[in-house]
Design a binder for this molecule. Sequence first.
Ligand code: SF4
Length: 336
Amino acid sequence: MHAEVAIMTNQERAEEPVLRHDWTQGEAEALFALPFSELLFQAQTIHRRHFDPNEVQVSSLLSIKTGACSEDCAYCPQSAHYETGVKRESLMSLEDVLEAAQRAREEGATRFCMGAAWRSPRDGDLEAIAAMVEGVKALGMETCVTAGMLSDEQARRLKEAGLDYYNHNLDTSESYYGEIITTRTYQDRLDTLQRVRDAGMHVCCGGIVGMGESAADRAGLLIGLANLPRHPESVPINLLVRVEGTPLADTAALDPFDFVRTVAVARIMMPASRVRLSAGRSDMSDEMQALCFLAGANSIFYGDRLLTTENPQAQRDRRLFARLGLRMAGLGCWVP
Ligand code: SF4
Protein backbone atom coordinates (compact mmCIF):
# COMPACT_ATOMS: atom_id res chain seq x y z
CA MET A 1 0.00 0.00 0.00
CA HIS A 2 1.22 3.49 -0.82
CA ALA A 3 -1.32 5.67 0.89
CA GLU A 4 0.93 8.72 1.22
CA VAL A 5 0.49 9.87 -2.39
CA ALA A 6 -3.20 10.45 -3.03
CA ILE A 7 -4.86 11.20 -6.33
CA MET A 8 -4.34 14.91 -7.11
CA THR A 9 -7.07 17.38 -6.23
CA ASN A 10 -8.07 20.00 -8.80
CA GLN A 11 -6.42 22.66 -6.68
CA GLU A 12 -3.15 20.73 -6.58
CA ARG A 13 -3.27 20.32 -10.34
CA ALA A 14 -3.61 24.08 -10.71
CA GLU A 15 -0.55 24.82 -8.58
CA GLU A 16 2.80 25.46 -10.21
CA PRO A 17 5.09 22.45 -9.82
CA VAL A 18 8.21 22.85 -7.75
CA LEU A 19 11.53 21.34 -8.82
CA ARG A 20 12.06 19.00 -5.89
CA HIS A 21 15.28 17.23 -4.92
CA ASP A 22 14.04 15.43 -1.82
CA TRP A 23 11.96 12.57 -3.24
CA THR A 24 11.58 9.55 -0.99
CA GLN A 25 11.37 5.92 -2.06
CA GLY A 26 7.81 5.75 -0.70
CA GLU A 27 6.67 8.77 -2.71
CA ALA A 28 8.20 7.47 -5.93
CA GLU A 29 6.76 3.98 -5.46
CA ALA A 30 3.37 5.50 -4.69
CA LEU A 31 3.43 7.34 -8.03
CA PHE A 32 4.22 4.07 -9.79
CA ALA A 33 1.29 2.45 -7.95
CA LEU A 34 -1.31 5.03 -9.07
CA PRO A 35 -4.08 3.85 -11.38
CA PHE A 36 -2.65 4.09 -14.91
CA SER A 37 -5.07 6.77 -16.13
CA GLU A 38 -4.53 8.91 -13.04
CA LEU A 39 -0.75 8.66 -13.41
CA LEU A 40 -0.86 9.67 -17.07
CA PHE A 41 -3.25 12.52 -16.34
CA GLN A 42 -0.96 13.90 -13.61
CA ALA A 43 2.10 13.53 -15.86
CA GLN A 44 0.42 15.19 -18.85
CA THR A 45 -0.89 18.04 -16.66
CA ILE A 46 2.61 18.75 -15.37
CA HIS A 47 4.07 18.33 -18.86
CA ARG A 48 1.82 21.07 -20.24
CA ARG A 49 3.02 23.56 -17.65
CA HIS A 50 6.54 23.36 -19.03
CA PHE A 51 6.36 22.24 -22.65
CA ASP A 52 4.33 22.39 -25.82
CA PRO A 53 2.69 18.93 -25.65
CA ASN A 54 2.72 18.58 -29.43
CA GLU A 55 6.42 19.22 -29.94
CA VAL A 56 9.08 16.49 -29.76
CA GLN A 57 12.81 17.09 -30.02
CA VAL A 58 14.78 14.70 -32.23
CA SER A 59 18.25 13.64 -31.12
CA SER A 60 20.80 11.15 -32.30
CA LEU A 61 24.38 10.09 -31.90
CA LEU A 62 27.49 9.60 -33.99
CA SER A 63 29.65 6.80 -32.62
CA ILE A 64 33.19 8.21 -32.86
CA LYS A 65 34.81 5.15 -31.21
CA THR A 66 33.07 1.79 -31.16
CA GLY A 67 33.46 -1.42 -29.12
CA ALA A 68 36.38 -2.88 -27.11
CA CYS A 69 35.30 -1.06 -23.94
CA SER A 70 36.96 -2.31 -20.75
CA GLU A 71 33.76 -1.91 -18.67
CA ASP A 72 31.42 -4.87 -18.10
CA CYS A 73 27.99 -3.20 -18.34
CA ALA A 74 25.75 -6.27 -18.66
CA TYR A 75 23.48 -4.62 -21.23
CA CYS A 76 26.17 -3.35 -23.58
CA PRO A 77 27.29 -5.00 -26.84
CA GLN A 78 30.35 -2.71 -26.91
CA SER A 79 31.89 -4.26 -23.80
CA ALA A 80 35.08 -6.23 -24.47
CA HIS A 81 33.85 -8.75 -21.87
CA TYR A 82 31.21 -10.19 -24.24
CA GLU A 83 31.16 -11.70 -27.72
CA THR A 84 28.43 -9.78 -29.50
CA GLY A 85 29.78 -9.37 -33.01
CA VAL A 86 30.09 -5.57 -32.71
CA LYS A 87 32.78 -4.37 -35.10
CA ARG A 88 35.51 -2.55 -33.20
CA GLU A 89 36.44 0.84 -34.60
CA SER A 90 39.15 3.14 -33.26
CA LEU A 91 38.67 6.86 -32.72
CA MET A 92 37.53 8.59 -35.88
CA SER A 93 39.74 11.24 -37.39
CA LEU A 94 38.98 14.91 -36.83
CA GLU A 95 38.43 15.34 -40.56
CA ASP A 96 35.84 12.56 -40.73
CA VAL A 97 33.98 13.87 -37.68
CA LEU A 98 33.91 17.44 -39.03
CA GLU A 99 32.77 16.19 -42.42
CA ALA A 100 29.91 14.35 -40.70
CA ALA A 101 29.08 17.44 -38.65
CA GLN A 102 29.11 19.61 -41.76
CA ARG A 103 26.68 17.26 -43.51
CA ALA A 104 24.53 17.21 -40.39
CA ARG A 105 24.37 20.98 -40.37
CA GLU A 106 23.38 21.03 -44.03
CA GLU A 107 20.53 18.66 -43.16
CA GLY A 108 19.32 21.05 -40.47
CA ALA A 109 20.90 19.68 -37.28
CA THR A 110 21.62 22.27 -34.61
CA ARG A 111 23.45 20.01 -32.15
CA PHE A 112 26.01 17.30 -32.84
CA CYS A 113 26.40 14.41 -30.36
CA MET A 114 29.54 12.26 -30.27
CA GLY A 115 29.83 8.96 -28.38
CA ALA A 116 32.98 7.01 -27.53
CA ALA A 117 33.01 3.56 -25.85
CA TRP A 118 35.53 4.11 -23.06
CA ARG A 119 35.71 3.59 -19.31
CA SER A 120 37.30 7.03 -19.33
CA PRO A 121 39.27 8.89 -21.98
CA ARG A 122 43.07 8.97 -21.90
CA ASP A 123 44.42 12.51 -21.91
CA GLY A 124 45.61 12.14 -25.52
CA ASP A 125 42.15 10.99 -26.60
CA LEU A 126 40.59 13.78 -24.60
CA GLU A 127 42.63 16.30 -26.58
CA ALA A 128 41.39 14.73 -29.81
CA ILE A 129 37.81 15.03 -28.58
CA ALA A 130 38.39 18.62 -27.49
CA ALA A 131 39.59 19.36 -31.03
CA MET A 132 36.39 17.77 -32.40
CA VAL A 133 34.28 19.89 -30.05
CA GLU A 134 36.13 23.05 -31.14
CA GLY A 135 35.70 22.14 -34.78
CA VAL A 136 32.00 21.41 -34.47
CA LYS A 137 31.48 24.62 -32.48
CA ALA A 138 33.23 26.54 -35.25
CA LEU A 139 30.51 25.26 -37.59
CA GLY A 140 28.00 27.06 -35.38
CA MET A 141 26.51 23.93 -33.79
CA GLU A 142 25.87 22.87 -30.21
CA THR A 143 27.92 19.90 -29.01
CA CYS A 144 27.31 16.84 -26.86
CA VAL A 145 29.80 14.10 -25.87
CA THR A 146 29.60 10.80 -24.03
CA ALA A 147 32.98 9.22 -23.29
CA GLY A 148 32.91 7.69 -19.81
CA MET A 149 34.24 8.96 -16.52
CA LEU A 150 36.04 12.30 -16.44
CA SER A 151 38.58 13.86 -14.10
CA ASP A 152 38.11 17.48 -12.97
CA GLU A 153 40.76 18.56 -15.43
CA GLN A 154 39.19 16.67 -18.33
CA ALA A 155 35.78 18.18 -17.59
CA ARG A 156 37.33 21.65 -17.51
CA ARG A 157 39.14 21.00 -20.78
CA LEU A 158 35.93 19.94 -22.53
CA LYS A 159 34.13 23.00 -21.23
CA GLU A 160 37.00 25.19 -22.41
CA ALA A 161 36.71 23.56 -25.85
CA GLY A 162 33.09 24.67 -25.91
CA LEU A 163 31.24 21.46 -25.00
CA ASP A 164 27.59 22.18 -24.17
CA TYR A 165 26.28 18.79 -22.94
CA TYR A 166 27.91 15.72 -21.39
CA ASN A 167 26.00 12.42 -21.29
CA HIS A 168 26.63 10.08 -18.37
CA ASN A 169 23.82 7.73 -17.30
CA LEU A 170 23.08 6.42 -13.81
CA ASP A 171 21.80 3.27 -15.57
CA THR A 172 19.72 1.85 -12.66
CA SER A 173 19.08 2.22 -8.93
CA GLU A 174 21.98 2.36 -6.53
CA SER A 175 20.89 -0.94 -4.95
CA TYR A 176 20.69 -2.80 -8.28
CA TYR A 177 23.85 -1.24 -9.72
CA GLY A 178 26.18 -4.09 -8.67
CA GLU A 179 24.02 -6.60 -10.58
CA ILE A 180 24.64 -4.74 -13.82
CA ILE A 181 28.18 -3.33 -13.60
CA THR A 182 31.11 -4.49 -11.47
CA THR A 183 33.94 -2.47 -13.01
CA ARG A 184 32.83 0.86 -11.53
CA THR A 185 30.58 2.05 -8.73
CA TYR A 186 27.45 4.15 -8.58
CA GLN A 187 29.50 6.72 -6.70
CA ASP A 188 31.94 6.89 -9.65
CA ARG A 189 28.97 7.93 -11.79
CA LEU A 190 27.87 10.60 -9.32
CA ASP A 191 31.42 11.94 -9.11
CA THR A 192 31.66 12.46 -12.87
CA LEU A 193 28.23 14.09 -12.98
CA GLN A 194 29.36 16.53 -10.30
CA ARG A 195 32.54 17.29 -12.23
CA VAL A 196 30.51 18.01 -15.34
CA ARG A 197 28.29 20.39 -13.34
CA ASP A 198 31.27 22.03 -11.63
CA ALA A 199 32.81 22.68 -15.04
CA GLY A 200 29.60 24.46 -16.07
CA MET A 201 28.20 22.02 -18.65
CA HIS A 202 24.64 20.77 -19.15
CA VAL A 203 23.93 17.19 -18.08
CA CYS A 204 22.23 14.44 -20.06
CA CYS A 205 21.60 11.55 -17.64
CA GLY A 206 19.08 8.73 -17.47
CA GLY A 207 18.93 4.97 -17.26
CA ILE A 208 17.76 1.66 -18.64
CA VAL A 209 14.71 -0.33 -17.60
CA GLY A 210 13.80 -3.93 -18.36
CA MET A 211 17.11 -5.29 -17.01
CA GLY A 212 15.37 -7.61 -14.53
CA GLU A 213 15.13 -4.87 -11.92
CA SER A 214 12.15 -4.50 -9.57
CA ALA A 215 9.60 -1.71 -9.61
CA ALA A 216 11.34 -0.38 -6.50
CA ASP A 217 14.58 -0.19 -8.53
CA ARG A 218 12.84 1.81 -11.24
CA ALA A 219 11.64 4.19 -8.53
CA GLY A 220 15.18 4.23 -7.14
CA LEU A 221 16.67 5.16 -10.53
CA LEU A 222 14.33 8.14 -10.83
CA ILE A 223 15.07 9.21 -7.25
CA GLY A 224 18.78 9.09 -8.07
CA LEU A 225 18.18 11.41 -11.03
CA ALA A 226 15.65 13.77 -9.44
CA ASN A 227 17.59 14.14 -6.19
CA LEU A 228 20.78 15.29 -7.95
CA PRO A 229 21.60 18.87 -6.92
CA ARG A 230 20.16 19.95 -10.29
CA HIS A 231 17.86 17.89 -12.50
CA PRO A 232 19.61 16.73 -15.68
CA GLU A 233 18.49 18.94 -18.56
CA SER A 234 17.92 15.79 -20.55
CA VAL A 235 16.76 12.40 -19.17
CA PRO A 236 17.05 9.45 -21.59
CA ILE A 237 14.86 6.51 -20.58
CA ASN A 238 16.09 3.40 -22.37
CA LEU A 239 14.32 0.07 -22.77
CA LEU A 240 16.83 -2.78 -22.66
CA VAL A 241 17.76 -4.10 -26.09
CA ARG A 242 18.44 -7.77 -25.37
CA VAL A 243 21.59 -8.33 -27.42
CA GLU A 244 22.80 -11.88 -28.02
CA GLY A 245 26.11 -12.45 -26.24
CA THR A 246 25.44 -10.05 -23.36
CA PRO A 247 24.51 -11.41 -19.90
CA LEU A 248 21.05 -9.82 -20.22
CA ALA A 249 20.20 -11.44 -23.57
CA ASP A 250 17.58 -13.75 -22.01
CA THR A 251 16.02 -11.27 -19.59
CA ALA A 252 12.21 -11.42 -19.51
CA ALA A 253 10.56 -8.62 -21.46
CA LEU A 254 9.27 -5.70 -19.42
CA ASP A 255 5.51 -5.10 -19.40
CA PRO A 256 5.11 -2.12 -21.79
CA PHE A 257 2.85 -0.37 -19.27
CA ASP A 258 5.69 -0.47 -16.73
CA PHE A 259 7.86 1.36 -19.25
CA VAL A 260 5.16 3.99 -19.81
CA ARG A 261 4.79 4.35 -16.03
CA THR A 262 8.53 4.99 -15.75
CA VAL A 263 8.27 7.79 -18.32
CA ALA A 264 5.28 9.31 -16.52
CA VAL A 265 6.96 9.23 -13.11
CA ALA A 266 10.12 10.74 -14.62
CA ARG A 267 7.99 13.58 -16.03
CA ILE A 268 6.35 14.21 -12.63
CA MET A 269 9.61 14.09 -10.67
CA MET A 270 11.63 16.17 -13.19
CA PRO A 271 8.96 18.42 -14.69
CA ALA A 272 11.23 20.79 -16.62
CA SER A 273 13.64 18.21 -18.11
CA ARG A 274 13.49 16.75 -21.60
CA VAL A 275 12.45 13.10 -21.14
CA ARG A 276 13.85 11.15 -24.06
CA LEU A 277 12.82 7.80 -25.51
CA SER A 278 16.14 6.25 -26.39
CA ALA A 279 17.39 2.71 -26.94
CA GLY A 280 14.71 0.10 -27.48
CA ARG A 281 12.31 2.46 -29.23
CA SER A 282 12.41 0.58 -32.51
CA ASP A 283 10.95 -2.45 -30.67
CA MET A 284 8.01 -0.39 -29.37
CA SER A 285 4.66 -0.32 -31.13
CA ASP A 286 3.34 3.02 -32.39
CA GLU A 287 0.64 2.77 -29.73
CA MET A 288 3.20 2.35 -26.96
CA GLN A 289 5.19 5.34 -28.19
CA ALA A 290 1.99 7.41 -28.32
CA LEU A 291 1.34 6.50 -24.67
CA CYS A 292 4.90 7.57 -23.83
CA PHE A 293 4.30 10.98 -25.45
CA LEU A 294 1.07 11.25 -23.45
CA ALA A 295 3.07 10.38 -20.32
CA GLY A 296 5.40 13.32 -20.97
CA ALA A 297 8.19 12.05 -23.20
CA ASN A 298 9.19 14.92 -25.47
CA SER A 299 12.40 13.85 -27.12
CA ILE A 300 13.32 10.82 -29.18
CA PHE A 301 16.59 9.23 -30.01
CA TYR A 302 17.29 7.81 -33.43
CA GLY A 303 20.29 5.74 -32.35
CA ASP A 304 22.68 4.44 -35.01
CA ARG A 305 20.43 5.24 -37.90
CA LEU A 306 20.68 7.37 -40.95
CA LEU A 307 18.54 10.43 -40.54
CA THR A 308 17.33 10.72 -44.12
CA THR A 309 14.10 9.95 -45.88
CA GLU A 310 15.65 6.65 -46.98
CA ASN A 311 15.93 5.52 -43.39
CA PRO A 312 13.01 3.18 -42.55
CA GLN A 313 13.17 4.22 -38.89
CA ALA A 314 13.04 7.91 -39.81
CA GLN A 315 10.19 7.26 -42.24
CA ARG A 316 8.25 5.39 -39.57
CA ASP A 317 8.86 8.24 -37.13
CA ARG A 318 7.65 10.85 -39.61
CA ARG A 319 4.51 8.83 -40.28
CA LEU A 320 3.87 8.44 -36.56
CA PHE A 321 4.40 12.17 -35.96
CA ALA A 322 1.92 12.95 -38.75
CA ARG A 323 -0.66 10.50 -37.37
CA LEU A 324 -0.35 12.00 -33.88
CA GLY A 325 -0.13 15.64 -35.00
CA LEU A 326 3.32 16.02 -33.43
CA ARG A 327 5.96 18.50 -34.62
CA MET A 328 9.72 17.99 -34.55
CA ALA A 329 11.37 20.65 -32.38
CA GLY A 330 14.51 21.02 -34.46
CA LEU A 331 17.12 18.39 -34.94
CA GLY A 332 18.97 18.10 -31.63
CA CYS A 333 21.68 15.81 -32.86
CA TRP A 334 22.44 13.83 -35.94
CA VAL A 335 24.01 10.66 -37.31
CA PRO A 336 25.71 10.39 -40.72
S1 SF4 B 1 31.00 2.10 -20.39
FE1 SF4 B 1 29.60 2.51 -22.10
S2 SF4 B 1 30.56 1.57 -23.91
FE2 SF4 B 1 31.59 0.74 -22.09
S3 SF4 B 1 30.52 -1.20 -21.68
FE3 SF4 B 1 29.53 0.38 -20.41
S4 SF4 B 1 27.84 1.20 -21.66
FE4 SF4 B 1 29.21 0.02 -23.02
